[in-house]
Ligand binder design. Structure first.
Ligand code: ADP
Ligand code: MG
Length: 245
C-alpha cells in the first residue's frame, strides 16, 4: 500500500509537470498557428501557400497532441457524483452526428433502460467520443452502433459476483484491426493513422479502469470491431472515493 501511495504521489507530480510543460508549449504554438494563418491570407505565390498549409496542419496536430497529453496526465475527481446514462448518450449524439455524416455512416443508438452511473460525466463522455470517432474513422458507408444495457456476464472472473455492471458497446462495420496490432492499440502513441496521436484508447482505458471498469475489444479484418466497456453500477463502500486532485 505504501508503495502504491508513493507511486501515486510520483504520478501526480509528473502530471503536474507535464501539465505545466503543455501550457508553456501551447502559447508559442498558438502564436505560430495564428501568424501562419495570416501569412496564408497575404501570400500570393502557390509554393509558399503550400508550405504555410503544412505549418498550419502540423500546428493543429501539435495542439491535438497537447490536449490529449493534458487529458492523460491531469488528475480529476471521481467523487460521489453519479449521472443518468441517457443524458450522456443524448449529449454524445449531438456531438458526433455531423462527423459521422462525413463518412456516410449510419448511427444507431440502442438504450434499453436508463441507468444511474457513478463516475465522472466528462471523462466518460471522453471515452464514448474516442470510441465513436475511432469507429467512424475506420468505417465508410457503414453502420456504427452504440448499445447500452446491463451486463449479464463479465469478460473476466471477478471475485465480487454481487456487483452489477453496465455494458457500453461501440460496434462498427469498418476495416477491423490486424491481429498483431490488437495487443498494442491501448499503448500510448500507438497509431496506424497518418495524423493520429495514438492517445485516444490509452486515455480511455485509463479512465475506464479508474472507474473500476474493464475495456475489451473484439475485431475481424474487413468485418468490423466491437469495443465493450464494463462499468460498475455501484460504488464500493468507502466515503472518500476521490481520485487525485
Ligand atoms: P488514434 O485514433 O489517434 O490512432 P487511438 O488510441 O484512438 O489513436 O487508436 C489507436 C489505433 O487503434 C488506431 O490508430 C487504429 O489502428 C486502431 N483502432 C482503434 N479503434 C479502431 C476501430 N474501431 N477500427 C479499427 N481500428 C481501430
Ligand atoms: Mg482515436
Amino acid at each position: 500500500l505504501k508503495e502504491k501511495i508513493i507511486s501515486m504521489e510520483k504520478m501526480a507530480a509528473l502530471g503536474e509537470m507535464a501539465a505545466k510543460v503543455a501550457h508553456e508549449i501551447r502559447n508559442p504554438l498558438l502564436a505560430i498557428g495564428g501568424f501562419a494563418k495570416r501569412l496564408d491570407k497575404d501570400l500570393k505565390e502557390e509554393k509558399s501557400k503550400e508550405y504555410i498549409k503544412v505549418i498550419i496542419e502540423e500546428v493543429k496536430r501539435l495542439e491535438r497532441i497537447l490536449n490529449e497529453i493534458l487529458s492523460f496526465v491531469k488528475p480529476y475527481p471521481i467523487g460521489k457524483e453519479s449521472f443518468k446514462i441517457k443524458g450522456l448518450v443524448d449529449n454524445v449524439i449531438n456531438f458526433v452526428e455531423s462527423t459521422l455524416k462525413e463518412n456516410n455512416n449510419e448511427f444507431k443508438v440502442i438504450v434499453k433502460e436508463d441507468f444511474s452511473v457513478p463516475g465522472n460525466y466528462d471523462k466518460l463522455k471522453e471515452v464514448l467520443l474516442n470510441l465513436i470517432s475511432n469507429a467512424n474513422e475506420a468505417t465508410k458507408d457503414g453502420l456504427i452502433t452504440l448499445k447500452i444495457e446491463k451486463a449479464d456476464k463479465l469478460p473476466v472472473e471477478i471475485p465480487d459476483i454481487q456487483k452489477e455492471y453496465l455494458l457500453i458497446e461501440v460496434e462498427d462495420t469498418g476495416c477491423g484491426i490486424q491481429k498483431e496490432n490488437l495487443k498494442r492499440i491501448f499503448d500510448p502513441f500507438f497509431t496506424t493513422k497518418i495524423s493520429g496521436t495514438g492517445l485516444g484508447l490509452a486515455i480511455s482505458k485509463r479512465i475506464v479502469e479508474e472507474h473500476g471498469g474493464i475495456i475489451k475489444v473484439e475485431s475481424e479484418i474487413n468485418k468490423g470491431t466491437i469495443f465493450r466497456v464494463y462499468l460498475p453500477l455501484h460504488k464500493e463502500g468507502g466515503e472518500n472515493e476521490d481520485f487525485g486532485g
